[in-house]
Structure formats: C-alpha cells, structure tokens
Design a protein around this ligand. Structure first.
Ligand code: GLA
Length: 718
C-alpha cells in the first residue's frame, strides 16, 4: 500500500520537478516495461526509450533524446508521418510542441498518461493517451485531435499510435489468409523501406489479414525466447499498420485507421478520437506476450471477460436452411441430452415476402417464415424452456439482400452507387450505418426481438459482406467519411444494445472469422473463428488466434467436417476454445454419444482452467506432425494438456512434451481424460504422480506415430 502511494506521488510529482529543470521526462510504466518520452530544447516531444522497466529516475535525463514521438507531415522528416492536417489556408504543415502532461490512476492497476501537444502557428491540439495496465504489461494508446480554426480542417492521416524501435534486426510476423483459411502466420525480416499491412473491407477488420502482428527484435522469437512486441488495433473496419525502417536503421510502427479514401473534415472544437492500439512487449518470447494479452482481455476488455461461457448446439452445419419447428424442437432435446446449455438457431428463419430459404433473399426482413415457423419464435423459446436449454438466434442486421422488402422500402439506406450496376458479395449489400435512421433500424432488430421474445438468451451476429459499391446517400458530399462513420455507427448501435441488455451474451461472426478485433469484443462475449471446422485446420487456426485472443472468446465447434478424424479428435480440438457442437448428434453411434456427453461434463469441470487459466503453446503444428497446448490455473494446482498427432509418418521418432507454467516443487497427479468408452491402454490411463520439475524438464509421452489421434491429460496438484 505504502509502495503504491509513493508510486502515485512519484508519478504526479516527478514530471513537475523535471519540468522545473527545463526538459520534462514522461514515463509510462508497467511492472516490467517503461516507455519514456522527453521534451527537447526545441519544445518537441521525443520517444527516448521503450523496453525493460527503468527504475532509477536519475537515469531518465541520460537517455538519448530519441525520435519525435508523433511525427507530423510538412516538417523536416522524410518518412511516414503519424498525422497530416490541411488547415483552412491550405497549408498542410503541423509542428507540435509539448504543452503539458498528467498521469492519473483510472482503475485498480490502470494508469493513464495524457500528453498535450499544440502547434504554435495554428490552433491545433493533439493529445496522446497512454493507458498502462500495470500488472498485465500492456499499454493502450490513442490520440485525440481537435482544433479551433474557423472552418473544418481536413485530416488526411490520424494515427492511433507511433512507436519507435532501434535494433539491428527486425522480424515481422503477420497473420494472413482468406475465408476458411484465417490467421496463417508468416515471418519476414524488415530492411530499409516500408511494409504496410492494411485492409479496405469497410465493415470488417480482417479476412485477408488479421489486425495484429508480432515484431521480434534482434532475432526471431520463439514461444519461450526472444524480444517481441505484440500489437493489435481495436477497430472493426479498415485498419493500417505501417512498418518503416529509415536510413539509420530505426523502425517506426504506425498504427491506426487506414486513411485510404478517408480524408476527414473535422469541425472546430470537435474531437477526433482515434481507435485504441494495444501492445505488450515480452523478453521471454511469444508465449508470454500472448498471456499478457489474454489476462488483460479477460480482466479489462472483453464483454463479460471475467465470466464463464455457455456450451451450445448450433444447427447450421447440420440442417443449413432446411428445418421446421418439429426438427428444431427435437434438436433442443438433443442439446439437453448432451448436457449443452444453449440451442442456437442459425440463418434461414426469417423473410415473409421473400422467405430466406437460401442466401439469395430475405436478408433485412426480420419476421419469421410462416411455412417453417408457423407459431413464431415464441413457440421455440417456450419449447427450449420446456426442454431445459436456453435459446439463441442468428441475425445479420447490418446487411440486406436486394431481394427483400427492406431494400424495396429503403433503397437509400443501402450502401450502393446511384448510377452503376450493383456488385454483390454473397448476394447482399451493406446498410449505411452512418445514417442514424439505419442505426435505429439495426438496433431495432435486436430490441424488437428481445421485446417480443424476452426469453432469447443469446445472439449470433453475423456480417457476411465487406462494403462494396461504396456510396452513402446520407453522407452526400462527405463520402470520404463513410468508412469511418460506418464503424462509428456500428458502435453507436452496439452501445445501445449493451446499455439495454447488459447481460446478453453475443457471438460475433463474419463469414467465419473476418471480425476479430478488441473493440468489437467490448460488445461480444466471443467470436466465430472460421467457417472451416475441419479439426486439423482448426489446430492451425486456433493456434493463430491464440497469439492475441484468450480461449474464452474463440468459438470452436464439433462438426462433421473431415469425418476421417474421430469424434474424439474433433471434440478434443474444440475443447481448447469455447466448446460447441454443430453436428447431427442423433447420427452418432452409441460409443460416440457416450463419449461426447462425458466430454461436455469434463469440459464443464475444466472450464476454469481452459477459459481462465494461462495458456502455454508447447509444440507448434507448424513445426512438425504434432502439436500440444496446455492451460494452467492461477494457483498452479490444476492444468490440462491437449496433444495431437496430425499426420505422423510411419514409426517416426516422437519426443516427450515438456510442460510449462507448473510449480517445480509440487507433486502432480497426471491422468488421461476424454477417453473413448472402449479405449484400452495408454501410459496415463491410470493416475501417476510426478513433480512439476519432472513434468517441465523431462516431460510426458503424449505423442504417437500411429495415425491421426489425440490425448487430453489432466494435471492435478497433490
Ligand atoms: C456465415 C457464418 C456461418 C453461418 C452462415 C449462415 O457464413 O460464418 O456460421 O452462420 O453465415 O448463413
């Protein structure tokens, strides 16, 4: 307590003392990291340091001045700037000088530093915010831009964050892919010049590339070794990361909204608040960086991050659009029988004039299809209640099929060009969320359903199209605001939903995993990671997402994709995330059904470890024919290890899996769980006891070389 108090005193007073000395140093600290700024004699702000925590205040003034913290367009720098403003007189230069800073504690373990900069020639103010999550070693940054010129100024660039790094070698890992092949990592060295990762999808952050990256310094990082910065942006739309190495070998990382086709007219006194950029910095490899993010996400960012998650049965992979009341009620019975919490009704339940019996029509018309659901959703929520499961429902409220009553009534609500043919992505168009009337409509989809059917306990919110044919009837001459105002409009809607239905869990989906960012996750309890549910593919996809997202938010369903793998293999894979089933359960044989029911029980018992524990990626699927991941609870007295043989070669050599994160001094009981009813043998079928030291130094024999198979092992402190 005393320590904390003196820290606060320090945080408040030190800058003032240094100010008195003439050149203020501003230090943003977490338990392990420091980010230090200094003000030069010219009054400009420089980033002097980013790295291990510096404890001696006297060292700060010894630091090299560094590189200007938030570089502006139009001055003496010759590389990418963070900001570019065009003033009322068409002059587009900006020179920002330090005015003041403050640091305040905003919550337990959270300290925010705000540095105010101003131009002396033009009344433009830029506030740089650095929010330190002290124990998670994570820093959130964003920028506020405002001015008092007479007319709007034009913002051409408006970064959330600019960071400077200095090292002889940089290695950038990006995560790219496409529909059903999300988050494939690839690493490249950075040399002189620029590497840009960005998207122009409008309504989603990712699809071709995810909004996060790893940057290793000095040498490539492994799971347990190396210096690595892990960064991501919270913006459910076009984003951009720019990595530029200059002639001296310095690297600047600029993160923010993609300024592509998005010049913004900022009115006098209006504040342009950029999205948040979040980063952590680990000296112990990628695993630690991920765990920092996971802990922070659960504690501070994700909706209901501190709460557990429901298991569910979804009908999409099983029935697609072909269902009726009777079928759905029988599926609810199966969900109950298998011990699942929610039955989730997917696409295909709505559309009156244009019933949604395939994906060509009906989107936008949120009333039940009479032929399929003659008694409406109420009948289903009642049936779910009788069966003892919760009821969830799929919506895609931001979108419209041209063949819909909504489009017929409100063509001006749709983003499309007035004078050209329409081009469709999955036969649909995007509604114009920059328009407040459209925001009301989209809010009304959820609110209308909840008002009419208050027993709805879960939503799956989909977004199957990027913005195409870009033109807003509402924005008129401000077309370049559309990409930004679309996303802001979406947040307006989600804010209203969260305020009115604060405890309603919602899954975010976007044709699989095309919407996976931390701002969206303020409103959603989880996301659908990919339409690809082949368990082997999922091992890679879940590995990719786990770099930055905790298992709690990564939905993983057991389906009938890749039937060559056993139901056990598929279930073991899905149990590493937020477990669900999307399969014809009545088609399982007796042993498979017994296995699945027991697996759901096991999962429920292991949820505190899998969903809230620390994750250690032990063996990468990218480095061989096997992979393993483990989770350890905070007290280090319970862990669970998942091990998979993907495509082992005949009789290839296999090696023990060395565990991590346990207490070396402690004795642990090791026993295999999730076994098929008829399973025989197995080294850990019966409990065995080992020390934590043994488990971490010698390891367990969890891999085999006899075909695709899997094992789940529980580790319990004695
Ligand atoms: C998207 C989703 C799927 C499913 C379909 C329904 O593709 O990713 O899970 O909901 O839409 O049309």
């Amino acid at each position: 307590m005393k320590k904390a108090f003196s820290l606060i005193i320090c945080l408040f007073c030190l800058p003032c003392l240094l100010l008195a000395a003439g050149t203020p140093s501003i230090k943003v600290d977490t338990d392990a990291l420091s980010l230090v700024f200094r003000v030069g004699d010219n009054g400009r702000l420089y980033q002097s340091y980013l790295g291990h925590r510096l404890h001696q205040q006297t060292d700060l003034n010894q630091l090299p001045l560094g590189t200007e913290a938030y570089i502006t367009h139009g001055m003496e720098d010759y590389f990418e700037p963070a900001i570019h403003v065009v003033h009322n007189d068409f002059n587009s230069s900006l020179l920002l000088k330090y005015v003041s800073h403050e640091t305040k504690r905003t919550a337990d373990g959270v300290e925010e530093t705000i540095i105010t900069l101003q131009d002396e020639k033009y009344p433009v103010t830029v506030k740089l915010h650095y929010v330190a999550y002290v124990h998670e070693n994570l820093i959130k940054t964003f920028t506020e831009i405002s001015h008092q010129e007479k007319k709007p100024v034009e913002l051409q660039k408006y970064a959330s964050s600019m960071l400077h790094l200095n090292n002889a070698h940089y290695f950038l890992t990006e995560f790219s892919g496409d529909w059903a092949e999300e988050v494939r990592p690839s690493t490249q060295p950075l040399y002189f010049g620029k590497k840009v990762i960005d998207t122009k999808l409008g309504s989603r952050a990712d699809m071709f590339v995810s909004p996060f990256f790893q940057l290793a310094l000095g040498k490539e990082a492994t799971e347990t070794e190396g210096e690595v910065l892990l960064g991501t942006i919270g913006w459910t739309g076009n984003f951009q990361f720019t990595f530029e190495v200059d002639q001296l070998g310095g690297l600047r990382v600029i993160s923010g909204i993609n300024p592509y086709a998005s010049a913004y007219q900022l009115k006098p006194d209006e504040v342009f608040r950029t999205p948040d950029f979040y980063f952590t910095y680990s000296y112990n490899g990628k695993g630690e960086a991920s765990r920092n993010f996971h802990r922070w996400a659960r504690r501070y960012q994700v909706k209901d991050g501190d709460k557990t998650r429901f298991t569910l049965l979804n009908n999409w992979e099983n029935t697609s659009f072909n269902f009726n009341e009777e079928k759905l009620v029988s599926l609810m019975g199966e969900a109950k029988d298998f011990g699942l919490d929610i039955f989730l009704l997917d696409d295909g339940w709505f559309g009156t004039k244009y019933p949604r019996n395939d994906d060509h029509q009906g989107l936008g018309d949120w009333t039940e299809i009479q032929e399929k659901l003659p008694h409406g959703v109420a009948y289903l929520t009642d049936a779910a209640k009788r069966q003892g499961v919760k009821f969830g429902i799929w919506i895609e409220p931001e979108m419209v099929n041209p063949k819909s009553e909504l489009y017929e009534k409100h063509p001006d609500w749709v983003i499309h060009l007035p004078n050209r043919d329409e081009y469709y992505f999955r036969n649909q168009l995007v509604l114009d969320l920059s328009n407040p009337q459209v925001q009301d409509f989209v809010f009304g989809v959820v609110d209308g359903l909840m008002t009419k059917y208050p027993e709805i306990a879960f939503f799956k919110w989909d977004c199957n199209s990027p913005i195409t044919n870009i033109y807003s009837y509402y924005l008129k001459e401000k077309q370049t605001h559309l990409y930004i105002d679309y996303v802001r409009g979406l947040y307006q809607v989600l804010d209203r939903i969260k305020a009115k239905y604060p405890t309603l869990p919602m899954m975010l989906c976007s044709g699989g995993g095309a919407r996976t960012d931390y701002e969206a996750l303020k409103y959603f309890t989880e996301f659908w990671a990919s339409d690809n549910t082949d368990p082997i593919e999922r091992l890679y996809i879940q590995w990719g997402y786990s770099q930055v997202f905790p298992s709690k938010v990564i939905c993983a369903h057991v389906t009938s994709w890749n039937r060559q793998t056993s139901i056990k293999f598929r279930t073991d894979v899905a149990m590493m995330g937020k477990l669900g089933f999307d399969i014809n359960l009545s088609g399982l044989n007796a042993d498979e059904a017994v296995f699945c029911k027991q697996a759901v029980k096991n999962y429920n018992a292991l949820k505190p470890v899998i969903l809230d524990g620390d994750m250690y990626r032990l063996v990468s699927p990218y480095e061989g024919n096997h992979t393993s991941t483990m989770y350890v609870n905070e007290g280090k007295d319970k862990a669970v290890v998942f091990a998979f043989d993907i495509h082992p070669r005949f009789s290839e050599a296999v090696y023990p899996v060395k565990l991590q994160g346990l207490d070396p001094q402690r004795q642990y009981r090791v026993q295999e769980t999730n076994r098929m009813p008829n399973a025989r043998g197995g080294q850990y079928a019966e409990p065995k006891t080992y020390s934590g030291e043994y488990l971490m130094q010698v390891g367990l024999n969890l891999f085999t070389a006899y075909g695709t198979s899997s094992r789940v092992v529980e580790i319990t402190g004695e």
